[in-house]
Design a protein around this ligand. Structure first.
Ligand code: ADP
Length: 368
């Protein structure tokens, strides 16, 4: 029962009790009182001379009637007040009990304990409030778990290159490693990896906090595709991967941030380049999809297993950790790409028929 109905019923109960007591009093108490008084007065009436004392008798009848109605009203009033106290105590208990539990739970949450949940057996607004409170506690718990996980991931990622640099330095100090340009190059590469990780983390924190200023304006899809293809074509050629571009004719303009869209496409093409062996093929296609345009990068590379597929947009997720770390991958690129696509009102996704069967990464951008 909802709260307004409960309150209405509680008032109704008080009114009904008052009415019941009043009608019981008029039915039993008032007539009995009145009859007693009449009896007493009839005795006196015999002593009085009718006619001469008529006015005095009228006044006494009137007083007797008032007295019996008053005592009935007093009885009804006292009973109604007592029942009002009882009903309002009961209703206020129903209202304050969940509020007190919510206060206790919010204090626990404020103290950093997110595990406690409340349960209410009613089906009123309080049950709804308790349910949304529980949901809030749940999402705070998962945010907290993600924060802890993030700190763990970041320190793990920082540990590897730092350990590398420390190892090379110790090797140099002990004379185990020669002080050659090759050794310094190895140290430089580890420092590079650290720098890339820190840059990626900064970018991730900016996108996750929604602190990226987007310059969204109508632009031709070619303005996104052409610079990326021009810049990356030589890298594909170096690795003997054939990059083809397939633009549908009569593509409409998109409403997007040019630089950020270039960044997303560069990331998808960069991954296709990295995860496709020499001799493979990569196709970039752009076509209209209802009120969006869809840019898709399809490769004949290593593919993704059905287990890995749902996780590729999670931060720090890498299918083959050692391999992609070795090639400088931080597992952040696709997470940032997802934030950037969604901030522009688009969607991003990945498909693959399985390991060794290539993959297809796509994202959409809205048309104005
Ligand atoms: P990374 O910097 O490690 O490439 P991303 O966020 O860009 O990070 O990608 C996350 C993971 O998704 C990669 O480590 C890789 O395992 C997988 N992945 C991304 N693109 C492809 C692709 N085209 N083919 C196969 N696996 C891919």
């Amino acid at each position: 029962m909802n709260l307004s109905r409960k309150l209405f019923l509680s008032y109704l109960v008080v009114v009904l009790i008052g009415l019941a007591v009043l009608s019981a009093a008029t039915a039993f108490v008032a007539p009995a009182n009145f009859t007693d008084l009449m009896h007493h007065m009839r005795g006196r009436g015999a002593d009085l001379m009718m006619g001469e004392h008529m006015t005095e008798l009228d006044a006494e009848f009137d007083a007797a009637f008032r007295q019996s109605v008053n005592s009935a009203l007093i009885l009804a009033g006292i009973t109604a007040i007592l029942s009002a106290v009882g009903v309002s105590w009961f209703v206020s208990q129903q209202i304050t009990r969940p509020i007190r539990s919510l206060v206790a739970l919010s204090q626990q949450i404020a103290g950093g304990s997110y595990q406690q949940r409340l349960k209410l057996d009613t089906r009123d607004e309080f049950a709804e409030l308790v349910e949304s409170f529980n949901r809030m506690a749940e999402s705070l718990a998962s945010t907290e778990a993600m924060r802890v996980q993030l700190i763990g991931d970041v320190s793990h990622e920082l540990k590897t290159p730092l350990a590398g640099i420390k190892g090379y330095m110790e090797g140099l100090q002990d004379g185990v490693l020669p002080a050659t340009p090759e050794t310094f190059e190895l140290i430089h590469r580890e420092a590079d990896r650290l720098q890339r990780l820190v840059q990626d983390l900064q970018e991730l924190s900016r996108t996750e906090a929604g602190r990226i200023a987007l310059d969204i304006r109508p632009l031709r899809p070619e303005a996104i595709v052409n610079p990326v293809v021009e810049r990356m074509q030589p890298q594909f050629a170096d690795k003997s991967i054939r990059l083809t571009v397939n633009l549908s004719p009569d593509l409409p303009e998109v409403s997007a941030d040019c630089d950020r869209s270039i960044q997303i496409l560069t990331n998808l093409l960069g991954n296709a380049l990295q995860y496709t062996p020499s001799g493979g093929r990569v196709e970039l296609s752009v076509r209209r999809d209802h009120h969006n345009i869809c840019l898709a990068v399809e490769d004949t590379g290593i593919g993704l297993s059905p287990e890995a597929l749902p996780h590729v947009f999670q931060r720090f997720y890498r299918v083959d950790k050692s391999r992609s770390r070795g090639s400088g991958g931080t597992g952040i690129g696709l997470t940032v790409a997802k934030h950037l696509v969604e901030a522009q009102g688009g969607q991003i996704g990945a498909e693959s028929s399985g390991l060794g069967k290539g993959s297809r990464f796509w994202f959409t951008l809205p048309t104005p």
